[in-house]
Design a protein around this ligand. Structure first.
Ligand code: FEO
Length: 576
């Protein structure tokens, strides 16, 4: 194994980038780019263990590189590749999927190897043409296609659309029995171990990654699993995290179980959108993210590839429908929209969003038709005039959560009815204080009235807070995030409670009309709070329908030394 460390002057202690290579099979080398300190993937995906971007080199009679790396590894990666082979003689570059964390250096490879043939799905090649703006040799592959590199390395390709992008392919090498899956079965986990030596250490990150990227496409995951079912797999070479070697059955079984659970039609919400039109995909994914907090089942359906039969079936089964406006000129999408209108019924919830592609189907006439049928609006129409911003993404996420809460409202009532009343009353005797949590991250601000708060450690000073999984603020409380815990005062809490207990529309400014000033950590201190504590999240523990969030406390002050904390007494322990 070779390990190199970035020597560049721009590198800081909080931006460690290293690279590692190792033989993983006959004529096969992994190049692992280790991004130790990356703390976020997209706005919603907080990372606690960094990540890796894995690329693979197969040297048969012909050479093939499977995926490249993130642009931030430009020097390290290209030096490493040049040490392994004469890049100018590279024959094939397989692009499993075109997201920039894997294709960020495709342009550099094309420069070094102008005669290389880029291999990918039809969609991937189209995406790449738009990304690199230069001609290149290409080979479009799909399920059933193969490519012989010689020396026994015959590559078979398997289409895996929507895992998690429409362009994804898997590559299977018959010689080594290695299956290359890029994002699928990956995890954001960075350490020196190349393989899955300690599954217990990896499980939480493996699940979190599945929930964020694969869960919303559970039906596609099941279809992908079926396509690899018959393969004899020695190693799953993923694009992120350790390669899966020692517990392959366990990892595959996890995906299968989670996806079966997710794909059940109970509380199904179907999101229809055109993946290649405007900002439809960004909006759809944010709404799915918000829906996920309410534990509904989600199916993301591309308007371009679904047919009326599948649409009819899904709409019939769904409790909620979300529709991203397609282009008015898209005849196929119009047929699908008409099918939705024909099958939709009054017991369902609907949410509509604009895709911002420049010629969207008008949203309000469609909204009127759906309301005439009797559907309940899960969130107000989302209008899209510009590229997504952190605030608009947050709004879409909150819209998804609102829709999911409407769909699951009966489940919560049923749960309450099932509780033994003696237990209910006894649990209600646990009392607590009243607090207001405020969290700012970039442009995004969140707040939550909290009562399940307790000091949890003396050294370091730390507090634990229980946050319901369907709270909007939950996504601002990942490890490393900062917030202010405002302590409400007895006799002076009603005004603040009334304000913050209001139901806010998605994206609404929760602090409008409330006097605040900024804390050193960037969140808001309420001027009328009795005390405040500035906190930083250390860890989250899954407690069923809540996250238990443990945070250290950096600083705090009391505004009235003889003021008392507002107390929250409850009659029953089954709600707040
Ligand atoms: Fe790891 Fe979808 O890129």
């Amino acid at each position: 194994m070779v390990a190199l460390t970035h020597q560049g002057t721009q590198l800081t202690a909080l931006n460690r980038l290293t690279i590692q290579t190792s033989s993983i099979g006959e004529n096969t080398t992994v190049i692992r780019c280790l991004d130790w300190d990356r703390d976020r993937f997209d706005i919603e995906f907080g990372l606690r263990n960094g990540t890796t971007y894995n690329s693979f080199l197969i040297e048969g009679e012909k050479t093939a590189l499977i995926d490249t790396s993130h642009r931030k590894f430009q020097d390290l990666y290209l030096d490493c590749l040049n040490n392994l082979i004469d890049v100018s003689t590279l024959d094939y570059l397989v692009v499993s999927h075109t997201e920039p964390d894997h294709s960020g250096l495709v342009k550099d490879v094309l420069k070094l190897a102008p005669n290389v043939t880029v291999v990918g799905s039809k969609v991937a090649i189209q995406f790449l043409e738009n990304m690199v703006h230069q001609p290149f040799n290409s080979l479009i592959v799909k399920s059933g296609s193969s490519l012989d590199l010689g020396n026994g390395h015959e590559l078979q390709f398997i289409s895996a659309p929507n895992l998690h992008w429409p362009d994804t392919i898997f590559t299977y090498d018959q010689n080594t029995s290695i299956l290359y899956t890029c994002d699928v079965f990956g995890m954001h986990y960075c350490d020196d171990y190349i393989y899955d030596e300690e599954p217990d250490l990896l499980q939480a990150d493996f699940k979190y990654y599945y929930d964020c990227l694969m869960g919303p496409n559970a039906r596609s995951v099941l279809a992908g699993l079926k396509r690899i079912d018959k393969l004899d797999i020695n190693l799953i070479a993923t694009g992120h995290g350790p390669l899966l070697k020692h517990y392959i059955d366990q990892w595959l079984n996890d995906y299968s179980q989670w996806s079966k659970e997710q794909a059940k039609t109970d509380n199904l919400v179907v999101i229809f959108y055109d993946e290649n039109y405007g900002y439809a995909e960004e909006n759809a994914r944010q709404i799915a993210q918000g829906l996920q907090k309410t534990e509904v089942n989600i199916d993301l359906i591309d308007l371009a590839t679904t047919d009326p039969h599948e649409t009819r079936q899904l709409v019939y089964e769904a409790k909620g429908i979300v529709l991203g406006m397609p282009a008015q000129s898209d005849d196929h999408a119009q047929i699908i929209v008409n099918t939705i209108l024909a099958v939709a019924h009054p017991k369902q919830a609907i949410g509509l969003f604009e895709s911002g592609g420049g010629e969207d189907e008008p949203i309000y006439p469609l909204r009127n038709k759906l309301q005439e049928i009797g559907l309940t609006e899960g969130f107000p129409p989302i209008l899209t005039k510009t590229a997504p911003t952190p605030n608009s993404q947050k709004m879409a996420e909150e819209a998804g959560t609102d829709l999911g809460q409407w769909i699951t409202r009966n489940r919560s009532i049923k749960k309450l009815k099932n509780i033994d009343s003696g237990l209910e009353r006894a649990l209600g005797r646990i009392s607590s204080g009243l607090y207001l949590i405020t969290a700012n991250k970039g442009e995004i601000a969140g707040s939550m009235l909290a009562s399940w708060v307790i000091q949890a450690s003396l050294e370091p000073l730390g507090v634990a807070i229980a946050v319901s999984k369907d709270r909007a603020i939950e996504s601002l409380l990942h490890p490393g995030d900062r917030f202010v815990l405002n302590v409400l005062e007895e006799g002076n809490a009603q005004g603040l409670m009334k304000h913050f207990l209001k139901r806010f529309a998605p994206g609404a400014d929760r602090f409008a009309g409330v006097k605040t000033y900024p804390a050193q950590n960037g969140s808001q201190i309420l001027a009328n709070a009795l005390a405040y504590l500035e906190c930083e999240v250390v860890s989250r523990t899954d407690c069923g329908d809540h996250w238990m969030i443990y945070s250290t406390v950096q600083r705090g002050r009391v505004s009235k030394v003889d003021g008392l904390t507002a107390v929250h007494h409850r009659k029953v322990g089954t709600h707040y």
